[in-house]
Design a protein around this ligand. Structure first.
Ligand SMILES: C[S@@+](CC[C@H](N)C(=O)[O-])C[C@H]1O[C@@H](n2cnc3c(N)ncnc32)[C@H](O)[C@@H]1O
Ligand SMILES: O=C(O)C(=O)C[C@]1(C(=O)O)C=C[C@H](O)C=C1
Length: 248
């Protein structure tokens, strides 16, 4: 795994963070050392797939990067009619994702699309995953995407949403940021790396509060949702579309 040194040297000018070839090259190391619980979250996407798969359904991975969530889903899918659609708008990510996936054999078709998740149709879905992607969309586009995800899910389908979060209370917000920075230090990032990356993300990644996510789920039509994981200012949620009433 190539190590992330992107922000290790002082930069004359800090550009907005983007998922270019430099980032794609070190991404597995970067996300592992930056997101508390990343491994647990990816493994749990697999567990949830085991539980919530439905016959002849689609599985969407929005902002797939190198395909970690797609692979976690694919390992669990047992129905021959399943299909995974992984989408990312970074050519560098899509190219590496395609290459990476070729090294795993499976009967479940998995297509990787170079596209904006705002332009892709979602339908017949048992599961839609956005693992740290919604936070990169302009705020005004988030409601519409989540509403389309709800519409594209089958009854009983789920939306798995992992995000960095903010808190309304400045004191507790700062506390979680401090703990996250301690986590980064413990993973070998220097003060310079932490502060330069923070500046690079400032204009492009605008996290919501948990309450904003929950409100958006309700507004889209989801009957229930739960925060199943939180560590510092990172969390993962599941929103459930009401299953069809059974005749029993
Ligand atoms: C933090 S990474 C996601 C990590 C990945 N889901 C995982 O589990 O390893 C965010 C990804 O979303 C992609 N992305 C951001 N905005 C997008 C958009 N509007 N359409 C498609 N992909 C987008 C980025 O290119 C990047 O690869
Ligand atoms: O490094 C951070 O502070 C992050 O917020 C990590 C984060 C994310 O949450 O999506 C941001 C950019 C990518 O490097 C991968 C993960």
């Amino acid at each position: 795994m190539q190590k992330d040194f992107i922000y290790a040297e002082p930069l004359a000018q800090i550009q907005d963070f983007c998922f270019d070839a430099t980032v794609a090259e070190v991404f597995p190391d970067m996300i592992q050392r930056s997101v508390p619980g990343y491994q647990t979250i990816v493994q749990t996407i697999g567990k949830l797939t085991q539980k919530y798969q439905q016959p002849a359904s689609r599985y969407y991975d929005l902002g797939c990067s190198l395909g970690a969530a797609s692979l976690a889903m694919r390992r669990q899918l047992t129905d021959a009619g399943s299909r995974i659609i992984a989408i990312d708008n970074s050519p560098a990510m899509v190219e590496r994702c395609q290459r990476h996936l070729q090294s795993f054999r499976s009967d479940v078709p998995l297509e990787v699309l170079l596209a904006d998740i705002r332009d892709v149709e979602i339908n017949n879905a048992a599961i839609v995953v956005s693992n740290f992607t919604l936070q990169f969309l302009p705020k005004q586009h988030r409601d519409e995407l989540v509403a389309r995800i709800y519409q594209g899910l089958k009854p009983g389908g789920i939306f798995i949403l992992s995000e960095k979060i903010v808190l309304d209370n400045p004191q507790t917000h700062e506390l979680l940021i401090d703990l996250h920075h301690d986590f980064k230090r413990a993973n070998g990032y220097s003060e310079l790396e932490i502060s330069q990356k923070r500046s690079a993300l400032e204009n492009v990644m605008l996290p919501d509060t948990i309450e904003e996510h929950q409100q958006r789920f309700r507004q889209a039509g989801f009957s229930s949702s739960v925060v199943w994981f939180q560590c510092f200012n990172f969390c993962s949620m599941v929103a459930i579309k009401e299953p069809e009433p059974s005749d029993a």
